[in-house]
Design a protein around this ligand. Sequence first.
Ligand SMILES: Cc1cc2nc3c(=O)[nH]c(=O)nc-3n(C[C@H](O)[C@H](O)[C@H](O)COP(=O)(O)OP(=O)(O)OC[C@H]3O[C@@H](n4cnc5c(N)ncnc54)[C@H](O)[C@@H]3O)c2cc1C
Length: 342
Amino acid sequence: MPRVNYIAPTTVDDAVKALAAANGLAKVLSGGTDLLVQMKSGRLKPELIVDTKKIPGLIGVREEGGYTVIGAATPGATLSYNEQLEHTFPGIIEGLDLIGSTQIQGRASLAGNLCNASPAADSVPAMIAAKAIAVIAGPSGKREAPVEAICVGPGRTSLQKGEFIVEFKIPKPKSRQCDAYLRFIPRTEMDIAVVGCGVNVTLDASGTCTDARVVLGAVAPTTVLVDDAAKALIGHKLDDATLSTRRGGAGGVQADQRQARHDRISHQGRRRSGTADHGHRLRTRHGARLKSRESCWYEQAPRYDGHQRRARRISLRSAADDARRAPGRVEPDRHQGRLRFG
Ligand SMILES: Cc1cc2nc3c(=O)[nH]c(=O)nc-3n(C[C@H](O)[C@H](O)[C@H](O)COP(=O)(O)OP(=O)(O)OC[C@H]3O[C@@H](n4cnc5c(N)ncnc54)[C@H](O)[C@@H]3O)c2cc1C
């Protein structure tokens, strides 16, 4: 039977030394909700596991300068139940809230979600939209990198041997700046996003958008920052009139279906997701067909998983659910997340 060494260092230096000195595959363990599943399936056979949770600062949230600093291994549930964070970064928290189930969220961390490097990772689009920075420890000391620079392809990161993420620094939003995350999933519960969208916008006193970042997950090998979609919003009021004229504007996103192929995302689901309109359009080989379909989901009430309804004390069956089940509906609603502007 293959032998796996497990260590739980109590300092960043010890963790870096162990990771750098390993001969075979060395993996960092945060929550283990990806790593342990991959080990059990035989996909990953690490020689060394370095559990970082005993290192001070790896779990926790603090304010520092103009940043909210989140320890890399902090469980999603700890962050979701932090009212201050929920108010400040509703999009990032929404992304975390959509990961798996209550049990998974009790372990799953931002660093694990990012470094597992799935194109469909739910917390990553809103992190990138918020200009989050990863603080990385390694053999040459600490360095910082924007979150969008970490994933370089499915299952691959830009981290070098001996390096691991210690914490994330997220700039505190200015006044009238807020974020949101929405995703589309093939099933109605616990599924992987076919498309996820993180948006961070800043408005001026008159309600005109002065800055925007729009980030798509699951449509390409890595998360995509869609500058054209952001440009289409800047300089305009984000009202219904503007958003309806911005649909597909400014170039939209050219999603290469071959590149975007991902073992958990079906072509059919991706095609359906093209009807989801976040103020941009996904152009596919079936573009003409997408244009002819009615896009309506974002005008309806958001859908929550059962555990999210319980956590938010929302009734398990609402008028919106009844509307979704009404005869004549083309397909079940599988969009999750909500837009909250605090
Ligand atoms: C039932 C189930 C449902 C799920 N649903 C979703 C979902 O809806 N959406 C979604 O996005 N994900 C989902 N996931 C995947 C998983 O829960 C998330 O990706 C989670 O955030 C991973 O975090 P973790 O702390 O458990 O990572 P781990 O499993 O500990 O690590 C994941 C990877 O990141 C690396 N890593 C961890 N920490 C660091 C660090 N500090 N520095 C460098 N590398 C690091 C590890 O070495 C490993 O390669 C699901 C998983 C399960 C089992």
